[in-house]
Design a protein around this ligand. Structure first.
Ligand SMILES: Nc1ncnc2c1ncn2[C@@H]1O[C@H](COP(=O)(O)OP(=O)(O)OP(=O)(O)O)[C@@H](O)[C@H]1O
Ligand SMILES: [Mg+2]
Length: 143
């Protein structure tokens, strides 16, 4: 799937360990400005740092794209987050998102399943030897 960076409000390059923390902070600011509740801002920041950490750990480098969009007939305001890398890919995507599956020592393997649980929509495309794309969305609730 082709992602055009120009379609997004924010591009975060993940290459060094510090980029994980930086992306978390940038995401937090963006979600706050969009008017998400504090609880949802925290969830969104957590999701982005999990996705960034996976990129850093498994693919070494990649990008996270973020945008605000309006979806559905009611034009609900959403945040869309896309994590893209050209790393090794995931052999069994189903297993990876189920939770409890990890190829890292000292990890719980709950990253992707947690990401799925915290968001309203979750999709992942991965091809071994080519890379991984994760797309998630969260709707802004009225509060
Ligand atoms: N971007 C990626 N590229 C290649 N493999 C990935 C990527 N993201 C996840 N994986 C694979 O999917 C598995 C599950 O990922 P997940 O984030 O759920 O758990 P984890 O990273 O192993 O552990 P945790 O996130 O709990 O520290 C990983 O162990 C890894 O094998
Ligand atoms: Mg992880």
């Amino acid at each position: 799937m082709e992602i055009n960076p120009h379609d997004y409000d924010l591009t975060l390059k993940i290459k060094e360990e510090k980029d994980v923390a930086v992306s978390r902070q940038m995401a937090k600011n963006f979600a706050q400005k969009m008017g998400f509740s504090l609880a949802d801002v925290t969830k969104i920041a957590t999701v982005i740092s999990e996705l960034a950490r996976n990129i850093y750990r498994y693919a070494k480098e990649g990008y996270i794209y973020i945008r605000k969009k309006e979806v559905g007939p009611d034009k609900a305001t959403c945040i869309e987050i896309v994590a893209v890398d050209k790393g090794p890919g995931i052999a069994d995507v189903e297993l990876a998102v189920t939770g409890g599956y990890t190829t890292s020592e000292r990890s719980l393997g709950l990253g992707l399943s947690g990401v799925r649980r915290l968001m309203d929509s979750f999709s992942i495309k991965s091809e071994v030897g080519k890379g991984t794309v994760v797309i998630v969305e969260k709707r802004r609730r009225r509060f």
